[in-house]
Write a protein that binds this ligand. Structure first.
Ligand SMILES: Nc1ncnc2c1ncn2[C@@H]1O[C@H](COP(=O)(O)OP(=O)(O)OP(=O)(O)O)[C@@H](O)[C@H]1O
Length: 259
């Protein structure tokens, strides 16, 4: 599925949270959405997921508006992992992940073998099998994030929008999750992932979009987007750049005094 945002603006009161954003996200690619705190990443992702109504501009899904496509169809085709997903319910992890199959089920119909297989795949892929019988509100922050990612993966959607899925994870599970998202893209789905870790963004994403102050400051190949000028302007930092094992890496190194 191709998601296209055109002239997208979002306003709260007098404040513009997104300003004239034009972007497209396609099948089979993994795009990292980066930018400093408050840049508008979550706001943009929510608009792409059809969860917010823009003040101006449009979001289309293979050329169709949400109204034309319908929420039920979008729920089968697009999975969204929220940044601060509510996790206080006393729901078991396996039950949570099974909720990911709801968009595929007919009203009152039971789970099919395909639903159960998708749930098993999502639990295994996120290293959550041993957590399946645990209650969500008893998990650690990182375990909870993996369980919520499993729910999103269980949708087996054409497009996955994930808001900071690695922020709470230990290094092993950060790498594991990034590899997992790459696998999702390799199997033909589109992935848009919000990241603060520029090292992971540079290494794993096909493309990066750098937001700052609600605008797209840069978009394209990671190396070009993570230029010294862009990092200084958007984050007020200097980074070290290098190459290891045939891949580029970027390591945030020093603050630059904004004055
Ligand atoms: N309902 C609202 N009322 C006022 N301001 C809002 C509202 N929702 C979001 N904002 C502001 O809009 C800006 C963008 O928020 P958003 O959550 O999209 O940023 P972000 O790039 O995802 O940030 P972070 O990296 O901190 O998660 C922030 O300054 C936030 O305070």
């Amino acid at each position: 599925m191709r998601i296209e945002a055109t002239g997208l603006s979002c306003r709260v009161g007098d404040t513009l949270l997104l300003r004239d954003v034009g972007l497209a996200f396609g099948a089979g690619e993994m795009v990292g959405l980066i930018g400093p705190n408050g840049a508008g990443k979550t706001t943009l992702l929510r608009h792409l997921a059809g969860l917010a109504v823009p003040a101006a501009g449009t979001v289309t899904y293979d050329g169709q508006s949400l109204r034309a496509l319908g929420r039920a169809k979008l729920a089968r085709r697009l999975a969204y992992l929220a940044q601060d997903a509510e996790a206080q319910w006393p729901i078991r992890v396996d039950q949570l992940v099974r909720l990911g199959r709801l968009p595929h089920r007919r009203p009152l119909a039971g789970e099919s073998a395909a639903d159960l297989a998708a749930v098993a795949r999502a639990l295994a892929a996120t290293d959550c099998e041993r957590l399946a019988g645990r209650r969500l509100d008893t998990l650690s922050g990182g375990e909870r994030m993996r369980a919520l990612l499993a729910r999103a993966l269980a949708v087996e959607a054409e497009m996955l929008l994930a808001d900071e899925p690695v922020a709470a994870l230990d290094p092993y599970h950060q790498l594991h999750t990034m590899e997992l998202l790459r696998d999702v893209a390799a199997r033909g789905a589109g992935v848009v992932v919000v990241l603060h870790d520029l090292t992971l963004a540079a290494r794993f994403c096909d493309r990066l979009v750098l937001l700052s102050g609600g605008r797209v400051m840069a978009a394209g190949a990671p190396r070009a987007v993570l230029s010294d000028d862009n990092l200084a302007a958007a984050y007020h930092i200097r980074a070290l750049h290098g190459e290891a094992e045939g891949a580029d890496f970027t390591l945030p190194w020093q603050r630059i005094d904004p004055a």
